[in-house]
Ligand binder design. Structure first.
Ligand SMILES: *Cc1c(COP(=O)(O)O)cnc(C)c1O
Length: 495
């Protein structure tokens, strides 16, 4: 089956997978979605015996149908290699009656590595296939983790440049250090005076600036995106849910056909959307539990059917979820509206103009697979301390949000079916919040001293990604206002 992709805002805008990956965002401001979600073509039982690479190929070939077998296998092989510090790529750890899918063993120790290790290969292959002659400029807004993972993926990749905008005071100290020490002549990292939504909206404006687009083409460049609005980020994420199912089968925790729940700490709605796609491919997933921090716009949405971003933006200890405009929700809205681009556009225009929209009862009825929960700052810290004391397992704050939401939901519903919790970052990335949650006395210490304490209390080795930045020099120190983003891009490109 040949899968084509359509914009959520214009049914006539129809492209191949490789074209969708090259473009990132559709010209009309919409997101590319598969016209139909393909089914897994391997029997569930077979998943038990498949490696991460084999699972990745089985899933991705169903969506990226204009890539040849050789191209896809080569991308997978180059992406999932010794950059990961475990052979399993995504180990499943059982703790306190749930399964934590550790997605943080890649180069930058957050789950963004799962997709951003392979995106540069998918994109350069797409450029060749489509005879793209312009240099690709990856333009990215980050709430902390995408930026570093994209930088690591694209640094020194021929034919590409990458520009990352992050909220200057909205990321952890370690996250910032990881980004500002990035090497590679094709990389550029800029702090924004504003929050993540400001950075993301600024990037979207640059994408839809037609005059700038023309100037870029003349200068030999074309924008693309490494944010989860790029379908090339979403498809590789479907893999790990299928893989987790295979691991549970292999260990005899479930039988083929048994249903599992999936719990995802959510910000831009990319990761949980990938789980939704996995379910629609035929993977037996029961509930999709969407966990938010105090920026609980998604919790309220699933509760009421009203999406309302008109509220205070709260800086929390899980900064990668400090988001009020969850871009990928648009893909779900489009689908719930019956693949209706006009209806979706109407709602998205409402969001842009008034900051809110309401879905119909009919659309709400179709979203029953999802349920929402959230954790406050205090509940997040308590969950880190609780898991450490009961199991000796140290969670990062994002994973702790999900863990809290899951255990609360399980208590309320009494539903004890196996649950996979997406463990999205290494605790080392958020050493300060983690150590203060374990014992407030740690608050006195300096960041790298906390790293060493964390290693001691958790009995785990300090990851290479952290050792590398201990002494590394700062190479990027530019901080600008949101209004200066366009000028900064042009300056970096020498335009
Ligand atoms: C990006 C991120 C999230 C949120 O993922 P989305 O796909 O944006 O919903 C959660 N946790 C961590 C650690 C992240 O980096």
């Amino acid at each position: 089956m040949n899968v084509m992709f359509r914009s959520t805002r214009d049914a006539q805008n129809r492209v191949t997978a490789s074209q969708a990956i090259l473009k990132g965002l559709a010209e009309d401001g919409g997101l590319f979605v598969p016209e139909q979600i393909p089914q897994l073509d391997v029997p569930l039982e077979a998943l038990a015996g498949m490696s991460y690479h084999e699972t990745a190929y089985a899933v991705m070939k169903q969506f990226l149908t204009d890539y040849t077998e050789e191209e896809l296998k080569s991308c997978i092989r180059q992406a999932y290699d010794a950059k990961f510090d475990t052979d399993e790529i995504a180990p499943l750890r059982e703790a306190d009656g749930a399964y934590y899918l550790e997605l943080f063993h890649g180069a930058t120790i957050a789950f963004k590595d799962m997709a951003l290790s392979i995106l540069p290969y998918l994109m350069t292959t797409a450029a060749k296939k489509n005879r793209e002659e312009h240099e690709i400029v990856i333009l990215t807004a980050t709430s902390g983790d995408t930026g570093k993972a994209a930088l690591a993926g694209f640094a020194d990749v021929p034919g590409t440049r990458i520009i990352v905008f992050y909220p200057k005071d909205g990321v952890s100290a370690i996250q910032e250090r990881q980004m500002v020490t990035q090497k590679g002549a094709n990389t550029c990292v800029i702090g924004i005076r504003g929050n993540f939504d400001d950075a993301q909206s600024g990037v979207k404006r640059l994408f839809s600036d037609a005059a700038l687009g023309t100037e870029l083409l003349q200068a030999g460049f074309r924008f693309s995106s490494a944010n989860s609005i790029n379908i090339g980020r979403l498809v590789p994420q479907i893999v790990y849910y299928v893989y987790a199912y295979g691991r549970l089968l292999k260990s005899g925790r479930i039988q083929a056909g048994d249903s599992i729940h999936v719990v995802v700490p959510t910000g831009n709605f990319g990761n949980i959307l990938a789980a939704f796609y996995a379910k629609n491919m035929g993977l037996p997933i029961g509930r999709l539990i969407c966990a938010s921090n105090e920026n609980k716009v998604l919790f309220d949405f699933f509760q009421t059917g009203v999406y309302d971003r008109n509220r205070e933006f709260i800086l929390t200890t899980s900064p990668s979820m400090d988001i009020l405009i969850s871009s990928n929700l648009e893909r779900l809205i489009y689908r719930m509206a019956g693949d209706d681009a006009a209806k979706n556009t109407e709602l998205m225009n409402e969001l842009a103009q008034t900051g809110r929209y309401t879905v119909t009862e009919e659309m709400r009825a179709k979203m029953q697979d999802f349920c929402g929960g959230y954790a406050t700052l205090e509940q997040t810290a308590q969950e880190i301390a609780r898991m450490y004391r009961t199991d000796g397992y140290v969670l990062d704050p994002h994973t702790a949000v999900a863990s809290h939401v899951y255990h609360t939901w399980r208590q309320e519903t009494g539903d004890a079916a196996p649950a996979v919790i997406a463990s999205t970052a290494s605790p080392y990335k958020f050493a300060r919040s983690v150590m203060e949650a374990i014992d407030s006395a740690y608050g006195e210490k300096e960041d790298f001293a906390l790293i060493d304490e964390l290693s001691r209390v958790s009995g785990t080795a300090v990851p290479r990604a952290i050792e590398e930045i201990r002494e590394a020099p700062v190479l990027h120190d530019q901080v600008i206002d949101v209004g200066e983003m366009k000028a900064a891009v042009k300056a970096f490109l020498g335009m």
